[in-house]
Design a protein around this ligand. Structure first.
Ligand code: C2O
Length: 352
């Protein structure tokens, strides 16, 4: 085994059938042909261009065509290829259903509902973005973000209703012009959930006030924003998501997912299938952006606990190299060679 006892890491040989809400799933990588030679993470070359993530409402047709091409190629790759879209989706499934045990115990590893949430999803998106770029030979390619926290972004982005971005497993009553409800109350045990019935203006204002609460007044302490300190083994287990993870993160998963033929509001409404919907990625790019926005307000509050910094996970990069990444590797997005286009955040002045 590698690493200290208190850091979180998966034991790769323990991948097994897992479940979420009594739905049994198997998302382990194929046993044959998976090369498990491990590479340690290395930062992209500092002379690489910055990939600038832009908001979905400001994308031009050229960019959308390029992204569509990359995603179409990714979807056409066979399951045996770790860069394929279905393998990317199952990667999320693996880490969110406890398909791996932790390295020194029989405790299932789960990256939701704790301080693992932000860094793990940042890693997933970083590799996803690098793979998409390499499939079209464009090292400036950046994922877009869906800025549902600002009025311009409070509809399901138009582009995700078309071409390779579409997914039929969504709630069509939430297609535009329905304004998103960032505080959508729809627990994991119910598939049909009440709508608030606000007018579009009322909903936008309710969303802004809600964002103020999740980003500012309700997230003054690091733990409130980042989630509880999940550490290795049985004793380290905790179940306490940060403000943004609870909502809008979880609430929008439920809001996007299908309410018709899917008992758990698949695809987006339940974690094992969430990343099968292409909208998962701009949704998480926005979460990733909000982490940076929050850090901007709390410069001195970065977590310094080595158990968190040294926790690690595995991802395939664009060369299909199986890479071990520590949380400390992903805390500086400039070193990862990406950035976010700045947008104004009116919720900052929306104190209720
Ligand atoms: Cu791992 Cu949005 O979920």
């Amino acid at each position: 085994t590698i690493g200290k006892d208190s850091v979180i890491a998966p034991n790769l040989t323990t991948c097994h059938e897992s479940s979420e809400l009594d739905i049994h799933v198997y998302c382990c990588p194929p046993k044959n042909g998976s090369d498990l030679t491990v590479f340690d993470f290395r930062f992209p070359d500092p002379s690489n261009p910055l990939r600038v993530r832009r908001p979905t409402h400001l994308l031009d047709d050229n960019y959308i065509a390029k992204y569509n091409e990359a995603l179409t190629i990714m979807k056409s790759l066979p399951y045996s290829d770790p860069r394929s879209f279905s393998r990317q989706a199952d990667l999320h499934c693996l880490y969110c259903t406890g398909a791996y045990y932790q390295q020194n115990s029989r405790t299932p590893l789960n990256i939701h509902r704790s301080w693992l949430f932000f860094p793990w999803h940042r890693m997933m998106l970083h590799f996803h973005e690098r793979i998409l770029g390499s499939l079209i030979g464009d090292d400036t390619f950046a994922l877009p973000f869906w800025p549902w926290d600002i009025p311009e972004g409070m509809l399901m982005p138009e582009m995700y209703l078309n071409s390779s971005f579409f997914d039929k497993e969504r709630d069509i009553s939430h297609f535009p012009p329905t304004v998103v409800d960032l505080d959508y109350r729809c627990s994991f045990s119910e598939s049909t959930c009440p709508e608030r019935g606000l007018t579009p203006d009322e909903q936008v204002n309710a969303n802004l006030a809600f964002m103020y609460n999740q980003m500012v007044s309700g997230a003054k302490k690091t733990e409130l924003f980042m989630g509880c300190h999940y550490k290795a083994g049985e004793e380290g287990l905790c179940d306490g998501p940060g403000t943004i993870e609870t909502a809008p993160h979880n609430t929008l998963h439920r809001w996007v997912g299908s309410s018709l033929n899917s008992p758990a509001r698949e695809d987006m409404g339940v974690f094992y299938s969430a990343a099968r919907d292409p909208i998962f990625y701009p949704h998480h790019a926005n979460i990733d952006r909000l982490w940076e926005v929050w850090r901007g307000f709390h410069m001195d509050n970065d977590i310094t606990d080595p158990d968190w910094l040294d926790s690690f996970f595995y991802f395939y990069d664009e060369k299909s190299q199986f890479t071990r990444v520590k949380i400390r590797d992903v805390l500086d997005i400039t070193k990862l060679r990406y950035s976010f286009e700045k947008v104004d955040v009116p919720w900052l002045n929306a104190r209720p």
